[in-house]
Ligand binder design. Structure first.
Ligand SMILES: O=c1ccn([C@@H]2O[C@H](COP(=O)(O)O)[C@@H](O)[C@H]2O)c(=O)[nH]1
Length: 246
């Protein structure tokens, strides 16, 4: 595999802005402005600010992954997807555990918004598989799902593809199996990234940025290793170095 350029590597990073309010989030975003990376808005930030944070980040030139992991009956998810599409995000997710009808409803909600002229672009829609904080032991002994984590993840990925979604959230450890089952164009968005020597924290299925790139992931979701660093811009630089080395 040819080495990534710095710009290509930056375009693969989605910075998880898990902050309690807009001021804290924008303080980090402003330090990363112009880098080419995406911003991921999750529950903590979105529930505090509402859609205005999406507009603030878009105005700064970032592409946005809205990570709200919708999981509800199909009719509710369809309406939610339509509202999210109106916000102009680039990518959002639903939970794969909602099944094919729910995931199809998300795709229909996007189409509703685009057909009604409420949005200029159709965002990419992906499904969450098994959270990267879930270990093999927790899956088997606590949640009560038998078999390998990788098999459960691939099963969700196949359901998502059947429902017409464009990809999944999974650990970088499962990317090869997902691509083998669903095709190389099926998008993989992977949290569970820890630079060399960083604390895993509550994540279980992790790799370094270099390993994730070598494993063929499309996007690396990285939060605390950047956002909790004293200098987020320097932390991003170090990660880009890891990603671009052969
Ligand atoms: O399976 C999943 C799905 C989503 N996430 C989210 O990614 C980031 C990871 O942040 P770190 O600080 O790098 O651990 C966070 O926003 C999660 O909500 C995930 O980790 N795993």
């Amino acid at each position: 595999m040819a080495a990534l350029t710095r710009l290509e590597a930056a375009g693969k990073i989605m910075v998880a802005l898990d902050k309690p309010d807009a001021a804290a989030a924008l303080a980090v975003a402003d330090q990363l402005r112009g880098s080419g990376c995406w911003m991921k808005v999750g529950m903590e930030l979105f529930y505090a600010t509402g859609p205005s944070i999406v507009q603030e980040l878009k105005a700064r030139g970032f592409r946005i992954f809205l990570d709200l992991k919708m999981h509800d009956i199909p009719n509710t998810v369809r309406g939610g997807a339509r509202s999210i599409t109106r916000m102009g995000v680039d990518l959002f997710n639903v939970h794969g555990a909602g099944g094919i009808a729910m995931m199809k409803a998300a795709a229909e909600g996007v189409k509703d918004a685009v057909d009604a002229g409420e949005a200029k672009q159709a965002p990419i829609v992906i499904a969450v598989t098994q959270l990267t904080s879930t270990s093999q032991t927790v899956l088997n002994e606590e949640i009560g799902i038998a078999g390998l984590v990788e098999d459960a993840v691939v099963r969700y990925a196949k359901l998502a593809r059947e429902a017409g979604l464009q990809g999944v959230v999974a650990s970088p450890l499962e990317v090869a199996a997902i691509k083998a089952a669903c095709g190389t164009d099926f998008v993989t968005v992977t949290p569970g990234i820890r630079p060399r020597g960083a604390d895993a924290g509550d994540q279980s299925r992790i790799t370094t940025p270099h390993e994730a790139v070598m494993g063929g992931t499309d996007y690396l979701v990285i939060g605390r290793p950047i956002t909790a660093a004293l200098n987020p811009s320097e932390a991003l630089d170090n990660i880009l170095k890891e990603m671009t080395e052969q």
